[in-house]
Design a protein around this ligand. Structure first.
Ligand code: ATP
Length: 306
């Protein structure tokens, strides 16, 4: 429960404040750790664009109620325009890296910079205007599909919503529904399959036309066939953007431009899939283990049809 609530709470940062007044939503906000996130400095400038790189400069970070730092003096430079995977053992801090890029939390030491500018120094709104994020659990609200997609960008036109749905490759499915874009999504989106929910979440992300697309285990809850289909869509959407994907499902990272392996609070390996396999280190180990898990899963996997 904690984990799901935590993820939902994070989704709220990307939902317009006007909708956040619902009582349920307020409850979720209360679960957030306000003090760790911090607000804008007076007269903070805007971040105009994300042009060259996103960097971690000797970042140490620890959650308030945890015993040891998750990231320990970690340095990492991510080039804009690439498809990058963040992998590592469970609990190694993959999601934490994304949280820091989004300024959902701030480093205890060191800094996260974009094109050399400390992201603490710019307005949070301008920082996030360049970004969109797709989580493993994405909250769908009890309203129409159109409105659910529009949550990604306040004031998006109907055309923009349709365009985003086309890019997320869910438009045809929506047009096949009796009420099309006016179809009410049931509470928790129960009427849609896991893959369809994720595609709506992708449409919600892409309607923002983000230059940085962050994926936090975005396809990990899906069966392998659905996952592969979604990854194909995401790869197309990554063209001309930066895609940073935190995942423990390694099949989805094989074709990434770069794979970053974190463990023990540090970056321990980085390279392409082929390079890291040849290196014979932690990635190789994760890959070999994953092969075994995947084979096990296949035996009793239930198809989660799209
Ligand atoms: P997984 O692969 O299991 O999703 P991860 O690599 O994404 O893990 P994180 O979610 O970044 O790892 O978590 C890193 C560590 O910080 C874990 O030990 C986790 O339990 C802890 N942690 C994560 N979020 C919080 C939080 N909000 N408060 C306290 N501890 C947290």
């Amino acid at each position: 429960f904690w984990e799901v609530s935590y993820n939902i709470a994070h989704v709220m940062h990307f939902i317009p404040v006007s909708i956040q007044t619902a009582a349920a939503v307020q409850h979720m906000n209360e679960m957030l750790d306000e003090p760790t996130r911090g607000s804008d400095k007076p007269n903070a400038p805007e971040l105009p664009r994300v042009e060259n790189n996103i960097s971690f400069d000797r970042v140490t970070f620890q959650y308030e109620n945890s015993r040891a730092p998750v990231l320990d003096n970690l340095s990492l430079k991510l080039d804009v325009g690439k498809k990058i995977a963040i992998v590592g053992p469970s609990g190694s801090g993959k999601s934490t890296l994304l949280n820091l890029i989004l300024r959902l939390y701030m480093p205890d030491e060191g800094k996260v910079t974009i094109d050399g500018v400390d992201i603490r120094k710019v307005t949070r709104e301008s920082l996030r205007s360049h970004m969109a994020v797709v989580f493993q659990e994405n909250m769908l609200f009890n309203m129409s599909i159109r409105e659910n997609i529009r949550l990604g960008k306040e004031g998006a036109t109907d055309e923009e919503v349709v365009e985003a749905a086309k890019k997320a490759e869910i438009h045809r499915y929506i047009m096949g529904l009796p009420d099309k874009y006016d179809t009410q999504v049931g509470e928790r989106g129960d009427t849609l399959s896991g893959g369809q929910r994720q595609r709506i979440a992708i449409a919600r992300a892409i309607v923002r036309n983000p230059s940085v697309l962050l994926l936090d285990e975005a396809t990990s809850a899906l069966d392998q066939t659905t996952e592969a289909a979604l990854n194909a869509t995401l790869f197309k959407l990554a063209e001309g953007r930066t895609m940073i994907s935190s995942t423990h499902r390694l099949t989805s990272v094989v074709e990434m431009d770069e794979i970053i392996v974190i463990s023990g609070g540090q970056v321990i390996e980085r390279g392409s899939h082929a390079e890291l396999l040849a290196l014979g280190g932690t990635y190789r180990e994760l890959w070999d283990n994953q092969g075994r898990h995947t084979a096990d899963e296949d035996d009793d996997d239930e198809e989660d049809d799209e």
